[in-house]
Design a protein around this ligand. Structure first.
Ligand code: SF4
Ligand code: SF4
Length: 230
């Protein structure tokens, strides 16, 4: 009987027989093996409580660990360690150490929503995955990843440019942060069409969106507060 790697440390042994007969019926396959004991100590319920108390994580409690989300997850194909079902399980156990070991995976959700549409229990899986990642970031279990850094640059650029984003400002912010590099050839290739079309004025100083001052206030307030569901 295959035992998942993550469960091996907590299983003390397996009784496995060639042939098992129950009420005169021979059972085989996985039914001829029994776990002696499966005990995990050191649960930290505060992890679950904190995640379940955020707006994004509020549906986590409905999960029954069926794995439907993971089996159809887009990112799973590229990263074997990316498993929404397992992230939820670790959050339930409060296993901070295991969450920290997922530094290179936890942030990779591409928000395609396949998991959310497929979940039989109505868990908003994509949101829950982000809530777990946010928890790990907030408590220093994982370092800031490229996705989070880019999100911050994006937001910063929108706030500086009157609610608009331009490729020029975002690309230069990303280059300053060392996330992308441009060769002289790249710059010359881009500069030609930009100068010719005359859009460089908009790119350098984009016009504010309508009612930006009011919208900015709302955004600033929203960024200050963490909204907790009732
Ligand atoms: S599909 Fe839903 S219920 Fe099943 S493991 Fe994923 S989140 Fe949990
Ligand atoms: S939203 Fe994220 S977790 Fe859900 S299927 Fe897509 S990549 Fe996977």
């Amino acid at each position: 009987m295959p035992i998942p790697e993550s469960e091996k440390p907590i299983i003390k042994g397996v009784i496995q027989k060639e042939k098992v007969i129950v009420d005169g019926v021979e059972v085989d396959g996985t039914w001829n093996a029994f776990l002696i004991e499966r005990t995990q100590t050191g649960y930290d319920p505060s992890v679950w409580d904190e995640i379940a108390n955020t707006l994004e994580g509020v549906t986590i409690s409905a999960c029954w660990q069926c794995g439907t989300c993971t089996s159809g997850c887009t990112m799973r194909e590229y990263d074997d360690n990316f498993s929404p079902r397992r992230f939820i399980d670790l959050a339930r156990k409060g296993d901070k150490q295991a969450l920290a070991e997922l530094q290179d995976s936890l942030w990779r959700c591409v928000s395609c929503q396949k998991c959310t549409h497929r979940c039989p229990k109505g868990v908003l899986v994509e949101e829950v995955v982000h809530a777990i990642h946010n928890y790990a970031l907030k408590h220093g279990l994982v370092k800031k990843d490229p996705g989070t850094i880019f999100d911050e640059l994006f937001l910063e650029t929108v706030m500086k440019n009157g609610g608009r984003i331009t490729e020029l400002s975002l690309a230069s912010a990303a280059a300053k942060a060392g996330m992308v590099t441009f060769s002289l050839r790249d710059l010359l290739t881009m500069a030609g069409p930009i100068l010719k079309s005359g859009i460089y004025k908009d790119l350098l100083k984009p016009a504010k969106i309508k009612n930006w001052d009011k919208i900015k206030q709302v955004l600033e307030e929203a960024m200050k507060e963490e909204v907790v569901p009732e």
